[in-house]
Design a protein around this ligand. Sequence first.
Ligand code: AGP
Length: 611
Amino acid sequence: MCGIVGFIGNEQAAPILLEGLSRLEYRGYDSAGVAICDGGAGTLSVRKAKGRLQVLSDLIHGGADLPGTVGVGHTRWATHGAPSDVNSHPQVSENGRVAVVHNGIIENYAELRSFLESKGVSFVSQTDTEVIAQLIEYFYTGDLLSAVDQALHRMEGAYALGIVCADAPDQIIAVRKDNPLILGWGKGCNFIASDVTAILKHTRDVSYMNDGDLAVLTREGIQCYDHLLRPIEKEVVHVDWEVDAAEKGGYEHFMFKEIMEQPEALRRCLSPRIKDGEIVFEGLSLTPDYLRSLRRIFIVACGSSYHVGVVGKYHLEKLTRIPVEVALGSEFRYMDPIVDDKTLVIVLSQSGETLDTMAALREAKRLGAHVLSIVNVVGSSIARDSDEVLYTWAGPEIAVATTKAYTTQLALLALLAVWFGKTLGTVDEADYQAALAGFRELPEKMEQVLSCRDGIQYFASKYFNHSSIFFIGRNLDYALGLEGSLKLKEISYIHSEAYASGELKHGTISLIEEGTLVMALGTCDRLFQKTVSNVVEVKARGADVLALTTERHQEEMAHNANGVMTIPDICDLLLPSLGVVPLQLFAYYVALMRGCDIDKPRNLAKSVTVE
Ligand code: AGP
C-alpha cells in the first residue's frame, strides 16, 4: 500500500523519482506526487495529481519542470481521504517548509490534528499524513532530525516516511515503523524506497531498515539511528535480482509474463532443494525430535497465500498426521489461538510485508511458537522477523494478481510436507520417491499446460460476458477453486464464489439457473466420480459447466460438461500446482476481453501494509 522513493545526488531528482515510482505503482495507483528541494534557489516544490502516475508525469513534463537534485515521491493507495489532488502525497506543513511522503496509518491522527488546530495550525487535506508534516513543523527550531524525533514520540500507528525540508535542502530523513523502507547506497547519491525494484537501475547495494530506525541521507552517505537516536551501523546487502526481471520484456501485461515464467520459477525454487534423490533444506534447524514434539501446526497468511495454506493443510495432515489449522492473518490475533512452544507456525507471504500476517507472526512468537516463513521478497519484514525462512525465489512479481509466487509457495510447502513426513517416518520410501519424481516433472508438465493456452482463451471468449461464476470441487480441488475464484474476481470484476461441491445442496444450489456458469474442478482421481455427480446435478438445473480435469478423465468429463480444460496426470500432491494454471489463464483472458486494467485492478494494491 503506497510506494515511496527518495533520491539525493547530483542529477535532477524528479525524472529519477518518476522512474522509481513507475516500479512502485503496483503498491497503489490512485494518485502520485513529488517534492523537490532546490538548494540553489532555496525552494521546495511540490507537485501532485489524482490518477495514475502518467497524469503527474505529464503535468511536470517527465520531471523536466522541476530543477533540484533532492526529493521524495509517492504513489498512493488511499486510506484517509478520498483520492484527490489535495489528499495526494507529499503532504506539506502550513508554511510549505516540510514535505512528507508516508506509507501506513497514523492511528491517533485525529487527536494530533485537534492538538495542532488548538495551536492555530490550519489543515487542507483529510489525510493522516498532513498531521505528520505539521507536527514536524511545530517542533522545528532549526534541527530537522530533532523535530522528526519529537514528532515520532507523539505518533501512534504504522509508518514508513520520507521527509524533506526547505531549510535543510541537502538531506532526506527516512523513518520506518511497521511498514517497509529500504536504503540504497549509490556513488555520490543515495536512495530510499519501499522496495528494491524502484532503485535497482541505480544501485544494488541496500540496507533494510528495522522498526524504529531513522536515517539521514546526504549525497556522501547515510547515517542511521535507533529509536533512541543512537547512531547505528547498517549491514549493506548486495541484491542480485536482474533489472529485466521487473520489466515486461515484450509481454503486454506483467500478469501474463509471470504466468509464463512459472516453470522457470519452479525450477529455481525446487532444484536446489532436491539433490541426489533427497530433499535438502539447507539452513533449516527443525530436527526430527522437534518435529516429533509438535502438537499442532498453524498456517497463517492472507489472500492467495492463505489459499496455499488451505492446500498445505491437506498435504501436511495427510503426510505427517499432525493436526493443522489454517488461519487468516487478519483473524489470527483476534481468535485467541491455541499456540504454544509445541506449535509450529508456518507464515506464507509473497511480499513479506503484509501487515496482518506480520501481526500474526508477532503474536505467534509472543505465545512461544517457532515461526517458519515461506516468503518471496528477500530481506522483507516477515523474512527477517521469523525464526527461519524459506525463500521461494520466484523473482520479482509485479502484477497485483499473484501467479508465480502462488505456485512456488504451493510447491515449496508441498516439498516441506513430504520432508516432514519422511523425517517423521509417516511417508514411506516408495511414496517419497514418487513425490520426488512428481516435483522433478512439474515444470515440464506446466509448460505443456501453458502451451495449450489457446483452448483456454477460446473458453474465455465464450464465457467472458457472464456476471457470476461458481467454482466447485472437493478436497484439493476445493482449495484450488478458492484461488481460481479469487483470480477471476480480482482482475475481471465478475462475481465469483468457490464452494466445496458437497456444500452446494446446503443452500447455494438455489442460485443455479439456466445459463449460470459453473467451473467444476475434478482433478483428484479418488473424488472424480463424486465431482461428475455434482456436474450432473447443476446441469440438470440449467448450469453451463466448464470443467477442469486430468488427461485420464478427460473423455468421461467431456460426456458430462459443456467444455473441458485438461492438465497432465501427476501425483496428487502436485495437482493444484498444475490445476491453477488454466484458472490463471482463464481469469487473464476473461479480464482481457472485458477490457480490464489487468496489472492494476481497481481498489487493489499488491502489498497490503494496512490492517
Ligand atoms: C492475490 O492475487 C493477491 N495479490 C492477494 O490476495 C495476496 O495474495 C495477499 O494480499 C497476500 O499477500 P502476501 O502474499 O504478499 O502476504
